[in-house]
Design a protein around this ligand. Structure first.
Ligand code: LMR
Length: 393
C-alpha cells in the first residue's frame, strides 16, 4: 500500500531551518522562517510568558481534558484585543482555541467548505501554507495579485476579485503584517474592501497572525474591525505564536461572527467547528494558551507583555528605516520596505540569486525572496547590503 505514495518535498521554509543550522560559518544570517529575533539574534521566551509559566507550574492543579474548544478563558480574554471594546459585537462572535494559527486557518476553511464554500479568492503571493491547506481540502484557489510593483497593495485586484465572485465563494485576507510582502491595506482600502464584501455577499475569512508587530495592537486590528462592522458573517483565524513568542507551543484561536439576531446560527456553526476540531485534533494543546490567559487577566503582566511587544516593533521599524535609507542596492530598491509592516518583505531577487546569497554569503532567505526583517541586526545589516549589491549588481 505504501508504494502508492509519491514522495513529497519537505516544506521549503521549514527545510531552511535545518540548512541554516548545519551551516558552520559564524557570520551566517538567518532571514528564513518567521520568528522574531532581538538585536543579538536571539528568540527569547517573553518575560511575561516566563512568569505565567512559573505561575502555572505553581498553581495548576489538573491537566485533565478540557474539550475541543480548549481554554475558553484564553479565547475570551483575547477578544477585546482583536475586536475592540464591543468584543462580542453584541453576542455575534464565538470562538475556540486552536493549535496555532495554522489550526485556526484549517478549521476556518474546513468549516466554510462544510457550509458550502467551494472557491477561495486569495491575493498572491501569500503564506505558502495557505495554498497547501486549500489544496488539501480540495477547494479551488482563485488567485489575484496582492501587490503593485511599487510596493503598495493592489486595491483594484482585491475589489475586482470580490465583485466578480460567485455564490459559494470566500475571500482570504491577511489582517495585518502581510506574509510574505509586508504590504498591508490602508484604512481607506479596508473601508472599500468592507463595502465590496458587504455588497457582493462573498464570505470573508481574515487571518491575523501578527497583531502588534506592525503599527500597534489596535492599529493592526483596525482593518479587520472595519470589515466586521460592515459584513453579516465572517471567520477570523488568529495566532499568538508570534505576538507572545509561543511558536512551538502552538497557540491560536478561531472566531465565528454570525449575523445580527442569529444566535442559533452562531451556535450551530460553533457546534460544527467543535465537531471538526474533535475529528482533527480532539483538543488543542493547553499550556501556551493557559499562559496567555494568565497574562491577559493580570494588568501588570499585560503591561510587561505589551512593553516587550513595543520593543520588538520598534526594533523592526529601526531595521526597516535603515534598509529604506540605503535606497537602491545593486538592482534592489529597498525604499518601499520602510513603509511595509511586520516581520516580512519580499526582495525582487531571482531564485539563483537567493542560492548565491546562501552559498556565497551565508545569508538564508526563502526562495520567493522573502526576508525576515528581524533576522537583521545593526551588526549584520552591512554584510547583508554588501551581499545584495554583489549578487544583484
Ligand atoms: C513563516 O511564515 O515563516 C511562519 O508563519 C512559520 C510557518 O509556519 O510557516
Amino acid at each position: 500500500m505504501l508504494n502508492r505514495l509519491d514522495a513529497q518535498s519537505p516544506d521549503a521554509l521549514l527545510a531552511l531551518i535545518k540548512l541554516h543550522a548545519a551551516d558552520e560559518r559564524p557570520d551566517k544570517v538567518d532571514l528564513g522562517v518567521g520568528v522574531y529575533r532581538t538585536g543579538q539574534g536571539a528568540t527569547p521566551v517573553f518575560s511575561a510568558i516566563k512568569e505565567a509559566e512559573q505561575a502555572l507550574v505553581d498553581t495548576q492543579e489538573s491537566k485533565s481534558y478540557l474539550g475541543p474548544e480548549g481554554d475558553m478563558g484564553f479565547v475570551n480574554a483575547l477578544m477585546p484585543y482583536i475586536f475592540g471594546d464591543n468584543a462580542t459585537m453584541g453576542g455575534r462572535i464565538s470562538g475556540m482555541q486552536t493549535p496555532g494559527g495554522t489550526g485556526a486557518v484549517r478549521l476556518a476553511l474546513a468549516l466554510a467548505q462544510k457550509a458550502g464554500m467551494t472557491r477561495l479568492h486569495m491575493g498572491t503571493p501569500s503564506w505558502p501554507n495557505h495554498k497547501q491547506i486549500i489544496d488539501d481540502l480540495g477547494l479551488t484557489l482563485v488567485p489575484f495579485d496582492h501587490a503593485n510593483a511599487d510596493g503598495t497593495a493592489n486595491l483594484t485586484a482585491v475589489l475586482d476579485a470580490i465583485r466578480s465572485s460567485q455564490p459559494g465563494d470566500g475571500v482570504l485576507l491577511h489582517g495585518c503584517c502581510h506574509n510574505p510582502t509586508g504590504i498591508d491595506y490602508t484604512p481607506d482600502d479596508w473601508a472599500a474592501i468592507g463595502d465590496a464584501i458587504a455588497e457582493s455577499g462573498i464570505f470573508p475569512i481574515i487571518d491575523t497572525a501578527y497583531q502588534g508587530l506592525g503599527e500597534g495592537l489596535d492599529e493592526d486590528a483596525s482593518g479587520l474591525r472595519s470589515v466586521l462592522a460592515k459584513v453579516p458573517e465572517a471567520f477570523i483565524a488568529y495566532s499568538c505564536d508570534k505576538n507572545f513568542g509561543m511558536y512551538r507551543d502552538r497557540v491560536g484561536a478561531f472566531y465565528i461572527m454570525a449575523g445580527e439576531g442569529e444566535a442559533e446560527t452562531l451556535d450551530t456553526a460553533f457546534s460544527n467547528a467543535n465537531a471538526l476540531a474533535r475529528a482533527a485534533w480532539s483538543m488543542p494543546p493547553d499550556h501556551g494558551a493557559a499562559a496567555v490567559r494568565l497574562i491577559l487577566r493580570d494588568p501588570k503582566m499585560t503591561q510587561v507583555w505589551t512593553d516587550e511587544l513595543d520593543q520588538m516593533r520598534a526594533r523592526m521599524r529601526q531595521v526597516r528605516e535603515r534598509l529604506a535609507a540605503a535606497g537602491t542596492v545593486g538592482r534592489v530598491d529597498l525604499t518601499p520596505l520602510g513603509a511595509q509592516n511586520g516581520l516580512f518583505s519580499v526582495l525582487p531577487v531571482t531564485k539563483e540569486q537567493v542560492v548565491r546569497l546562501r552559498e556565497e554569503h551565508g545569508i538564508y532567505m526563502a526562495g520567493s525572496g522573502r526576508i525576515n526583517i528581524a533576522g537583521l541586526t545593526m551588526d549584520n545589516i552591512d554584510k547583508f547590503l554588501t551581499a545584495i549589491a554583489e549578487v544583484t549588481g
